[in-house]
Design a protein around this ligand. Structure first.
Ligand code: F6R
Length: 248
């Protein structure tokens, strides 16, 4: 895993946004679609803000973009402020010219008995576009990418998972209380993510230092699903100095 350490998350976010913008434009020049895998959470917020700025000030168009989000809380939908579909509209989609029909976020409202079929269709839809050109990732302190918590296999695909205690605790700030954080989520699998042609993963702050070290320098294991990124040929781990502090 190639690492890039920036002084702070602002500098890092500008570089990531520039890479995404360059990719969108290079595809547009060839009259091709650009297939983006997108993340939510605190880490990508400034990337999206910069992409919105580029759309407004520099004419960056998202008309050729097809997006697939990593995950969604089970039980929430777009009318819930804590849902990831709401997050994506709030931070990105409502401020750029992406076509509504090109936005894909896993639904958190599929009946339990139809989940498996729904997840297979999500995978097939990604494949139908020739796969993800670029996948943006954050990392949880459990070592999750997407919501692939410890125990997730390298070949896992889109499915329903149970969130770890620590993940629910870390995400409780957005809810009234930890009890309100959903217990389950729908997430792309580790295998889905690894099929992306290019991956950029972000981590900022001291609280991420331990998991950054395990991911980059640790032994590959289902205990830390992010370590499976070590098998991918084109991953850059972007971080700030605090998150990088334990790297050798
Ligand atoms: C979000 C996602 C998660 C987050 C991770 C880090 O779509 O898939 O893996 O990226 O929990 O979250 P933040 O950035 O809030 O620390």
């Amino acid at each position: 895993i190639h690492t890039e350490v920036f002084e702070g998350s602002d500098e890092a976010s500008l570089v990531i946004a520039q890479e995404i913008a360059d990719l969108i434009r290079s595809r547009e020049a060839k009259n091709e679609k650009c297939i983006l895998g997108l993340a939510t959470g605190s880490s990508p917020i400034r990337v999206y803000a910069e992409l919105v700025r580029m759309h407004k000030k520099e004419g960056l168009s998202f008309q050729n973009v097809v997006s697939f989000n990593l995950d969604e809380y089970y039980g929430l939908d777009k009318t819930d402020n804590q849902s990831y579909i709401h997050f994506m509209h709030y931070h990105l989609f409502d401020h750029v010219d992406i076509l509504p029909e090109n936005i894909n976020v896993p639904s958190g409202k599929i009946a339990f008995e139809h989940i498996a079929e729904y997840c297979t269709q999500y995978e097939e839809k990604i494949e139908s576009y020739g796969g993800l050109d670029f996948q943006l990732l954050g990392i949880g302190r459990t070592g999750h990418i997407g919501f692939n918590e410890p125990g997730s296999k390298i070949s896992s695909t889109t499915r329903m998972i149970t969130l770890d205690y620590l993940t629910r605790q870390d995400n409780a700030f957005a809810f009234n209380s930890k009890a309100d954080v959903p217990r389950k989520a729908v997430t792309m699998g580790v295998g889905t993510i690894l099929k992306a042609k290019r991956i950029v993963i972000m981590a900022y702050g001291m609280k991420k230092a331990e998991i950054v070290k395990k991911t980059v320098e640790g032994e590959m294991s289902t205990d830390v699903p992010a370590t499976f990124l070590q098998t991918h040929g084109d991953v850059t781990f972007v971080m700030d100095e605090n998150a990088a502090k334990d790297l050798t």
